[in-house]
Structure formats: structure tokens, C-alpha cells
Write a protein that binds this ligand. Structure first.
Ligand SMILES: Nc1nc2c(c(=O)[nH]1)N[C@@H](CN(C=O)c1ccc(C(=O)N[C@@H](CCC(=O)O)C(=O)O)cc1)CN2
Ligand SMILES: NCC(=O)N[C@@H]1O[C@H](COP(=O)([O-])[O-])[C@@H](O)[C@H]1O
Length: 237
């Protein structure tokens, strides 16, 4: 008698382009995006940015300034830098009444730009993931899920909770996004110690070093077809 897990067929996330085309969604400082751009530049991640989508004006302004500092030209929507040319879109969460309306506009850009994989890079809003992008959206979370995840758990809130609980090990998790915050299948996790006397800022800095390795590594594994999803788990070949 097969158990529930073995009766589910493995899913391989679809990657049509080589190099893989990424839609990167941001809401904050853009440090996660900057790391991806650096890793592409250094040849450590074989990927192309198809589009960057910002859910608030602050993120749009910050990333525009960062790219302008690194590149030659800055258009209204299209940015040319040494990383190539891609569109930076503003899709502001505050302009939409529902998660569904907001997500529809985002995924229209994702489709238009021929993106294979959507990377939530410090993206703070809930998304409705449409069927054609199920198993094609990944998120990086600054803790070891399933601990310290869910609504309200983002950025420094996570590291403050980690310090308050006196945990000894923290880290980051890259996971596929499903329809709720932080519950999708885990691709990989990297750990770091939490030391006596650490402040949330200390933990954030140590976890972020791990994030800078984990996110590009997970993207490259997906691009190379090494990741399959079975039910709520992933397998790495
Ligand atoms: N469908 C999914 N959407 C999102 C996921 C996901 O796994 N599935 N992950 C989050 C990212 N996330 C942490 O990794 C996270 C981000 C934000 C929050 C949160 O509590 N947000 C606030 C709203 C903030 C805003 O819109 O500006 C809230 O809901 O009150 C929790 C987890 C991204 N989306
Ligand atoms: N739940 C998502 C979350 O907490 N994301 C966290 O935001 C920081 C990067 O922000 P930035 O890329 O906007 O600078 C990162 O620590 C990332 O893990």
C-alpha cells in the first residue's frame, strides 16, 4: 500500500530559458536584489534579471538610485546597467483593494517579461499565486522555518523574536511560496550561531551573510533542474 507521499508525482519547476530569467520582487532596501546582481556579475549565478517589481515607492526609489550608481543609463521604466537592461516596475500594494487584484498585475508583468522564476527578495506582501506560476515562486526568509515565520514575521521582527527566545542557532530558509506566508516546500536552509549578548542587529548581520549564499545557490539549483517537489517536500539531485 503506497503512503500518501509516494503516491504524489514529483514536480520539476519549468525553466524555459538558459540562462534562467528572474522576476525579482522587492519591498525594502533591495540588499537581496543587490546580492543577486553581484553574484550574476561575478559569474557565480548564471541568470538574467527579466524584471524588478517594487511594491512600494521607497523600494522603487532605493533600487533606482542603486542601479543608477552602478550603470550608465536610467530610464523611467527601463534601466540599463552593467547587469543588462530590464524593466523596474512599481506595483504599489496601497493602490489595490485586494491581494488578488494586486497579484494579477504583478503576474501579468512576470508573464510579459518571460520570467521563469519569481524571487521574493524582501517582499512584504501576500501574493495570490496563479496556477501557471505554482512551483515557480521562491522566497527567502531570515529564520529557520517553520520557526519564526508567518504573519508579522519579517525583517527585524524575526531577529528580535530569535533573541527574545534565547535560541542558539538561527539562519535562513529558501522555500517555494504557496498561498500562505512561509509554509511552502523548503529548498535549502543555512545556519549560524546566536551568541550570548547578541543584539537583533548582530543576528541580522550574521543571518544575512548566509542569505547571500543560500538564495543564489537555490536559484542555480532550480535553473539546473536539480530540484523536484513532492507534496510539501523537495528533493535535490
Ligand atoms: N503567497 C505567499 N506570499 C508571500 C510569501 C509566501 O510564502 N507566500 N512570503 C512572504 C515573505 N515573508 C517572509 O518571508 C513575509 C513578509 C511579510 C509578512 C507580513 O506580516 N506582512 C504584513 C504586510 C506588510 C505589507 O504589505 O507591507 C502583514 O501581512 O501584516 C509576513 C511574511 C511574501 N509573500
Ligand atoms: N519575510 C521576508 C523577509 O523578512 N525578508 C528579509 O528582508 C531582508 C532584506 O531586505 P532587502 O532585500 O529589502 O534589503 C532580508 O533579511 C530578508 O530575509
Amino acid at each position: 500500500m503506497p503512503d500518501a507521499q509516494s503516491s504524489v508525482s514529483p514536480i520539476v519547476p519549468a525553466v524555459k530559458n538558459n540562462p534562467i530569467r528572474l522576476a525579482v520582487l522587492i519591498s525594502g532596501g533591495g540588499t537581496t536584489l543587490t546580492n543577486l546582481l553581484d553574484k550574476i556579475d561575478e559569474g557565480k549565478l548564471k541568470a538574467q534579471i527579466a524584471t524588478v517589481i517594487c511594491s512600494n515607492s521607497k523600494a522603487y526609489e532605493k533600487i533606482s538610485a542603486k542601479l543608477a550608481g552602478r550603470g550608465e543609463a536610467l530610464g523611467k521604466k527601463e534601466m540599463t546597467s552593467r547587469y543588462g537592461t530590464f524593466e523596474v516596475q512599481k506595483v504599489l500594494r496601497k493602490d489595490f483593494e485586494t491581494t488578488s487584484q494586486f497579484s494579477d498585475v504583478i503576474f501579468n508583468f512576470v508573464r510579459e517579461t518571460g520570467s521563469d522564476l519569481v524571487c521574493l527578495a524582501g517582499f512584504l506582501s501576500l501574493l495570490d499565486i496563479p496556477d501557471d506560476y505554482a512551483n515557480q515562486v521562491i522566497n527567502i526568509h531570515p529564520a529557520l522555518l517553520p520557526s519564526f515565520g508567518g504573519k508579522g514575521m519579517h525583517g527585524m521582527h524575526v531577529h528580535s523574536a530569535v533573541v527574545d527566545h534565547g535560541v542558539k542557532i538561527s539562519g535562513c530558509t529558501v522555500h517555494f511560496a504557496d498561498q500562505t506566508y512561509d509554509t511552502g516546500p523548503i529548498v535549502l536552509q543555512k545556519t549560524c550561531p546566536v551568541l550570548t549578548g547578541d543584539t537583533p542587529d548582530d543576528v541580522q548581520a550574521r543571518v544575512f551573510e548566509q542569505e547571500c549564499e543560500a538564495f543564489p545557490e537555490a536559484i542555480q539549483m532550480i535553473a539546473d533542474g536539480r530540484v523536484t517537489i513532492t507534496g510539501r517536500t523537495t528533493q535535490i539531485q
